[in-house]
Write a protein that binds this ligand. Structure first.
Ligand code: FHN
Length: 609
């Protein structure tokens, strides 16, 4: 029985134990999840709102993680000398990009011996950096498993020179748990080594082994998240992973562990896939429409270890990237690539430690941990502004000349009740000015990385808490709202992932149906609200009878946005017309406003007809 560490999982285990007590059945009997093909009409696969759920809370608070790319490729340290003497350079793609014959790649992997991998040192490096979760490659595209999988012998236990008594992932899990660091696993769907992967006729055999490996990882190591990769259409070998495969895998993983967090590469990197988007080597300019997100980056120019790559990002760049990411509501997953012996390169450790020192000084980490998009101010040219409750953190990277001011453009009315520079006794004059405030410090910047002005604010006036129970939902067993609705109910929220097999009700087929939600929506504060619909196939949204979103051309999974001004406490009429033709089906209604970060519109703000 897997040790459970989180409420959701504990419930799973307690639920299971409860079932055993009731049925007296064996664990295997009651642990067996219902076959997914019985899900069918009436199933909504959306388990919660990742923007607000307890399940994702630690991830949304922690903000900063360590990515670790470590595998059989690390043994070559980024360089391969071909038989003709020419040298080919790559890191984790070296087998494919340098066309190393499989037998030769297997031969070199047999010498892989990361004897110096020190899990406690790795976890210390993360903690010293201020990284609060770790994601390590359990299996990259080369198919080589970094744990003693029973599905094949292509793994660190059975095919290496590593001590067979050791389990590197178990060591890391133990060290991470002891340090209060969450541990996640990267897992590549694309597998260059498994003989059944490339042929669609044998791909089901590969999928069976893949599901079994994922069960080994979840049951054996209790990861907090799974970071999928290698989901894209590719050749050499052909990758036939489909959207349906992604939907099935997500349902399987939720059965395995309801508390698990999964990224969008479980499917096809769409807004409806997994719990968060994964922009790579880039930082979005603003919050991503309709989905949490995490920017992943290398610290030099390679994910896997490359002995010649000394193009390291500075610790200043790391901190400033992190401040930008947090101010836009994202996470930052920054990579290290251990060498063939399992050691993190010292230049990586040094830069990460410097970043951690800045975060740990003067409470400056408050601008990152648990902080996010303000919704109240525009992105400034002189730095980044993040928000945590009634505190704004203005992280200044271009300090003004003596006596000059920093202008902060306010998108909504609010007051600043105090301001101070973290790590300094200097005062900051705050004066209303034009479309916002002028912040005039009285002293010098506190350092070369960024200086943080901590502003305490009085947020926009709020009306009493809502007492809503949801919207009236009428559904038709046709995609044109034709005739009387087959089902009328009250939906607490509009948060639907029907995917391929589900629908609003067992009486509604999984294709060719429509739903109309009506009622009213009541904001706590007044001002400009951005509504986001995430839909497949079509959606139209009206507020007070005025069109806000019209996405009535049938489409695949897509986010659409529209803005409208709402009055605090007023019940604005709302109508959503949604249709599903064939294939996949999704419908979510989210909003973001002056005092409201992006989330599924909560039940308490929605009132039925
Ligand atoms: O092909 C991989 C690559 O090797 C690396 O693992 C990155 C990290 O996110 N993901 C894929 C490229 O998008």
């Amino acid at each position: 029985m897997r040790r459970s560490t989180r409420p959701a999982r504990a419930l799973g285990v307690l639920g299971l134990l409860g079932a055993l007590l009731l049925t007296g059945g064996s664990p295997a009997a009651s642990a067996k999840p219902p076959p997914r093909d019985t899900a069918g009409p009436g199933t909504n696969h959306a388990i919660d709102d990742p923007f607000t759920s307890e399940r994702t809370s630690w991830w949304r608070q922690d903000r900063f993680g360590m990515f670790i790319h470590f595998g059989a490729y690390s043994n070559l340290e980024g360089e391969y000398t071909r038989p003709d003497g020419t040298v080919c350079r790559n890191a984790e793609w070296i087998k494919r990009e340098c066309a190393i014959p499989t037998a030769e790649y297997e031969k070199q992997a047999a010498t892989f011996n990361p004897a110096d991998f020190d899990a406690e040192a790795v976890v210390k490096a993360a903690k010293d950096a201020g990284q609060r979760y770790i994601v390590i490659t359990s299996k990259h595209h080369d198919g080589y498993a970094m744990w003693p999988t029973k599905q094949n012998s292509w793994n660190l236990r059975d095919h290496s020179s590593f001590d067979p008594r050791r389990d590197l992932l178990a060591e890391l899990k133990k060290a991470a748990d002891a340090a209060g660091i969450k541990l996640g696993f990267y897992y590549s769907i694309w597998d260059w080594h498994d003989p059944d992967f490339a042929d669609p006729a044998t791909f089901p055999r590969y999928k069976k082994r893949m599901y079994a490996q994922l069960k080994e990882l979840v049951d054996g190591y209790d990861p907090a998240l799974l970071w999928f990769d290698g989901e894209w259409d590719a050749d050499n070998p052909t990758n036939t992973w489909s959207r349906r495969d992604g939907a099935d895998l997500q349902a399987y993983l939720h059965d395995l562990d309801p508390g698990l967090i999964v990224n969008n590469r479980v499917g096809k990197r769409e807004v409806v896939d997994g719990d968060f988007g994964t922009p790579e080597q880039e930082i979005p300019d603003e919050p991503v429409a309709g989905q949490l997100w995490e920017s992943c980056m290398t610290l030099n120019d390679h994910w896997g270890f490359a002995k010649y790559d000394t193009h390291w990002k500075s610790s200043t760049t790391v901190v400033r990237n992190l401040l930008d990411v947090a101010s836009r509501g994202g996470n930052y997953l920054l990579n290290v690539g251990p060498d063939r012996r399992g050691r993190i390169p010292q230049p990586s450790v040094d830069r990460l430690r410097e970043a951690g020192r800045w975060l740990g000084a003067h409470g400056q980490g408050g601008a990152v941990y648990g902080a996010g998009h303000t919704g109240l101010v525009a992105d400034p040219s002189w730095g980044a502004v993040s928000r945590r409750g009634d505190t704004l953190y203005a992280s200044v990277t271009s300090w003004p000349a003596a006596g000059s001011a920093l202008h902060l453009t306010a998108k909504e009315a609010f007051k600043v009740t105090s301001a101070r520079v973290l790590g300094s006794s200097q005062g900051v004059r705050v004066t209303p000015s034009g479309d916002g405030f002028d912040l005039t410090p009285s002293g010098a910047a506190t350092g070369p990385v960024a200086s943080v002005i901590r502003l305490t604010i009085e947020p926009p006036a709020a009306s009493p808490p809502g007492t809503g129970t949801g919207l009236t939902a009428r559904s038709w067993a046709n995609d044109s709202f034709n005739g009387p609705p087959a089902v009328t109910t009250v939906d607490p929220t509009v948060n639907k992932s029907y995917r391929f097999d589900g629908s609003p009700d067992p009486r509604i087929p999984s294709d060719h149906f429509s739903t109309r939600w009506t009622g009213s929506i009541q904001p706590r504060t007044g001002g400009t609200y951005t509504f986001t619909t995430v839909s497949d196939d079509t959606v139209r949204l009206w507020i007070d009878g005025e069109p806000v979103i019209d996405s009535s051309t049938p489409h695949g999974p897509k986010a659409d946005q529209g803005t409208v001004t709402l009055t605090a406490g007023h019940r604005h009429s709302i109508r959503i017309d949604y249709t599903e033709g064939t294939g996949e089906a999704h419908m979510k209604l989210l909003w973001a406003g002056p005092d409201q970060s992006l989330q599924v519109v909560p039940r308490s703000r929605l009132y039925a007809d």
